[in-house]
Design a protein around this ligand. Structure first.
Ligand SMILES: Nc1ncnc2c1ncn2[C@@H]1O[C@H](COS(=O)(=O)NC(=O)[C@@H](N)CO)[C@@H](O)[C@H]1O
Length: 421
């Protein structure tokens, strides 16, 4: 959410952000709602001052003057009783509009409506060259008896998954490795819930707009978050932290749930796009001046994990139309999937300046002692089972076994290979 004072002082900058992010929002409507609130608030405050001043006169007034003063106080009270609800209504209308005002994109973001306009920044790692006919991850899992798609579909329907045997251990090994990798780099491990209250999804910016992506529990106000960014972002909601409490940097592990509404027909085969997955999430609350350095750091962390897993990838910068409402700067990491001969998104790194913090009420006391909004960032550490797609396909061997990179071997009992030849 933007600061209303910023919108008043820089309407053209905000108008450009609305246009560049292809957001449907009339900034004039926001500015009109703001003026309506200011006028009403002025009236209410004047009446309140009058009523307070009048109330002070009553005890000192003569017997003959008192009735008139008491009558005036009642009259002022009637006017306030009418205006105060109107003011609250106007303030709610303004807040609903402000929640839809986009963050200003970084000047380096490619301007365009979709991910087709994302810019490739660099590629890392050697693409595999197989001297045998490689399998895709679905066939590899089936070959090794590591999956059971028919049975799990009977239990959970489409976009479900189940890993058996060494593949189940591989998933936990990769998740634990990622958590350790981040903990060794100063991120506090968290094992978090996915059950959240609706306001936490408004706080991150998933709502309004992303309601159809979220599973709700019938008869409960609780919902299932699609990323531990949601519970972690609201952990400190409403608090005023000390400057020395920052940065708060977390490696949050949780299940993640997504309806994938609107993705019908996309990635229906295999592990790329499922309704429930597990993710280790990097989440940072920092001082404004530290934001860009943290963006580089959490991006480098994710690259370090992929390099340790010996997976080839590329880094792209998201376009203004692809980055979404709250992002100031966003880069995706896409990892090579041999069976598709394409890079597929496995990580998404975002810097939201104070846009999320303002919605969440994340503040800290700066050197001047005045509360100010913190800045927030997030990036994927690792998300499974999606990462298993490039992992299994890139590391498959001619005999159908899968090579385990050295960094991961300690997490799999020292094995350098899994699967039966
Ligand atoms: N339906 C899904 N199935 C499997 N993996 C998914 C699914 N949706 C997202 N992911 C994985 O989760 C990663 C992060 O998802 S994201 O929406 O792009 N970004 C976030 O959730 C941010 N909080 C950063 O992690 C994706 O890059 C992908 O690797």
């Amino acid at each position: 959410m933007q600061d209303i004072r910023f919108i008043r002082e820089h309407p053209d900058t905000v108008r450009k952000a609305i246009a560049d992010k292809f957001v449907t929002l009339d900034l004039d409507e926001v500015l009109a709602a703001d003026r309506a609130v200011l006028e009403l608030r002025q009236q209410v405050e004047t009446l309140q001052a009058e009523r307070n001043a009048n109330a002070k006169l009553v005890p000192k007034a003569s017997a003959e003057d008192r009735p008139a003063l008491i009558g005036k106080g009642k009259e002022l009270g009637v006017q306030l009783a009418e205006l105060e609800p109107q003011l609250r209504e106007q303030e709610e209308a303004l807040r609903a509009l402000l929640l839809r005002v986009p963050n200003v994109p970084h000047e380096s973001a490619p301007v365009g409506p979709s991910d087709d306009d994302n810019a490739e920044l660099r590629r890392e790692g050697q693409l595999p060259s197989f001297d045998f006919e490689p399998l895709d991850h679905v066939d590899l899992l089936a070959l090794q008896g590591w999956s059971d798609p028919e049975r799990v579909a009977r239990v959970s329907g489409s976009r479900s998954y189940l890993l058996r045997g060494e593949a189940a251990r591989l998933e936990l090994a990769i998740l634990t490795f990622a958590l350790d990798f981040l903990a060794e780099r100063g991120m506090e491990p968290l094992s978090t819930t996915a059950l959240v209250r609706p306001e936490t999804l408004t706080a991150t910016g998933h709502f309004p707009g992303g309601e159809d992506q979220v599973y709700r529990l019938e008869g409960e106000e609780l919902m299932l978050a699609g990323t531990s960014e949601v519970p972690i972002n609201s952990l400190y909601a409403g608090e005023i932290l000390g400057e020395s409490d920052l940065p708060l940097a977390f490696a949050g592990f949780s299940a993640a749930f997504r309806s994938e509404a609107g993705s019908a027909g996309r990635d229906v085969r295999g592990l790329i796009r499922v309704h429930e997955f597990r993710k280790v999430e990097q989440y940072v609350i920092c001082r404004p001046e530290d934001g860009m350095a943290w963006f580089e750091r959490i991006l480098a962390n994710a690259e370090g994990i992929l390099q340790a897993l010996e997976l080839p990838y590329r880094v792209v910068q998201n376009s203004t139309g692809d980055m979404g409402l709250g992002k100031h700067l966003m880069m995706d990491i896409e990892t090579w999937v041999p069976s598709e001969e394409k890079y597929r998104e496995t990580h998404s790194c975002s810097y939201l300046t104070d846009w999320q913090a303002r919605r969440t009420g994340l503040r800290f006391k700066g050197a001047d002692g005045k509360p100010q909004f913190a800045h927030t960032l997030n990036n994927t550490g690792i998300a499974s089972p999606r990462i298993l797609v490039p992992f299994l396909e890139n590391h498959q061997q001619a005999d159908g076994t899968v090579r385990i990179p050295a960094a991961l071997q300690p997490y799999l009992g020292g094995k350098a290979v899994i699967g039966q030849p």
